[in-house]
Write a protein that binds this ligand. Structure first.
Ligand code: GRF
Length: 224
């Protein structure tokens, strides 16, 4: 980046462990992700994600949803804090609250989420368990922009993992989480580079290589 160019300011919203936050911090620190992590906001005062932000000297703010009359009031406070920190892109990272239209209007096509399934399959909660129960042979994760639906917004990047016969919810979740840690920073960096264009539901990444030409099979075709 040219020294005159300004880094993108991001704000990360968390509720729990924050392993995706950690991956974003690690990519930032290794220079692969060229953003300022301005603030981490948690609705849960006990979220381990808060320890991670403290350790890396990133400002954090706890906004307890139980302190607010309704979702709108809570979101108004979150928006206020994000604006105070001049946040330009909001990154939902295991944030367990449904956001209101007021939030979407404050940050139109500027809110990203990660979901542990290949959307539009298995939106909502318990995505990994439902993938195992359904018997799909592949699942994965999806980074998408947030719209008014639940996990329905335009898809930015997806990663595919196999589902094996002896998988449990936990073993599949662990395999998917590894990929989450790879694709979320990548999606944020695409955004920071100004390479993301959105037309309707479709996201185009400018100048990205077309390298996914071969098909995946599970179980493998093995010479068939
Ligand atoms: C991840 O599986 C993410 O896809 C989902 O919640 C989990 C959060 O994990 N939205 P972490 O808090 O980033 O460790």
């Amino acid at each position: 980046m040219n020294s005159m160019e300004k880094r993108l300011n991001i704000g990360v919203l968390v509720s729990g462990s924050g392993s995706n936050l950690q991956s974003i911090i690690d990519h930032r620190e290794s220079g692969l992700l060229d953003v300022n992590i301005r603030v981490v906001i948690s609705n849960n005062p006990d979220a381990y994600a808060l320890e991670r932000s403290k350790k890396h000297e990133i400002p954090s703010v706890v906004i307890r949803h139980s302190d607010f009359r309704d979702r709108e009031d809570f979101d108004r406070k979150v928006i206020e804090v994000l604006k105070d920190y001049a946040v330009e892109l909001v990154v939902l990272s295991g944030f367990m609250r449904v956001i209101t239209p007021a939030f979407l209007h404050a940050f139109p096509m500027k809110i990203m989420n990660i979901h542990p399934a290949l959307l539009p399959a298995f939106p909502g909660v318990h995505a990994q368990q439902r993938a195992v129960e359904y018997g799909v042979k592949f699942s994965g994760c999806t980074v998408h922009f947030v719209d008014e639906g639940v996990d329905t917004g335009p898809i930015i990047i997806q990663s595919v993992v196999p589902v094996y016969d002896d998988d449990t919810e936990e073993s599949l979740a662990a395999r998917i989480l590894k990929e989450e840690h790879r694709i979320y920073p990548r999606a944020i960096q695409f955004y920071a580079e100004g390479r993301i264009g959105v037309t309707g539901r479709k996201v185009r990444i400018r100048d990205s290589d077309r390298t996914c030409e071969s098909a995946l099979h599970n179980p493998p075709l093995a010479g068939f």
